[in-house]
Design a protein around this ligand. Structure first.
Ligand code: ZN
Length: 125
């Protein structure tokens, strides 16, 4: 069992180690909602890599971490996604599109319809 725990710990440390680069990219703000409180690095699902990678990680706030974990929030508090889906940072765009497609609101559907995604990005959603 110790081995699994060590592996988990090593993985956590590797994710944490991405923080420096991500902090520069995120300019010390949540990459989804631009909040600057309690930021942390999280991996997004779907990475083809064994090791944590900046292209599959986000620096986000505690609230957005909850959203990624499936926590539901009123649609009208999620309008920051309208900006995030246009991000040129691939993992930000991928995760924002994943989230906005779950939002049941007219603005979210309008935004999704007007959004052009490269086929390579669409394949990652
Ligand atoms: Zn956030």
């Amino acid at each position: 069992m110790a081995k699994g725990r060590d592996k988990h710990k090593a993985k956590q440390e590797a994710v944490h180690a991405l923080g420096r680069g991500l902090n520069r990219r995120a300019k010390s703000h949540c990459e989804l909602c631009a909040d600057s409180a309690s930021l942390k690095v999280v991996e997004i699902s779907g990475s083809p890599f064994e090791e944590p990678d900046e292209q599959w990680a986000l620096m986000i706030c505690a609230r957005c971490e909850g959203l990624l974990a499936g926590q539901e929030e009123p649609a009208n508090t999620l309008r920051f996604l309208e900006t995030a889906v246009w991000s040129e940072v691939q993992p930000v765009q991928v995760q924002a599109v994943r989230l906005i497609r779950l939002v049941d609101a007219v603005w979210a559907r309008d935004c999704t319809e007007s959004l052009y995604l490269d086929p390579e990005v669409e394949a990652l959603i």
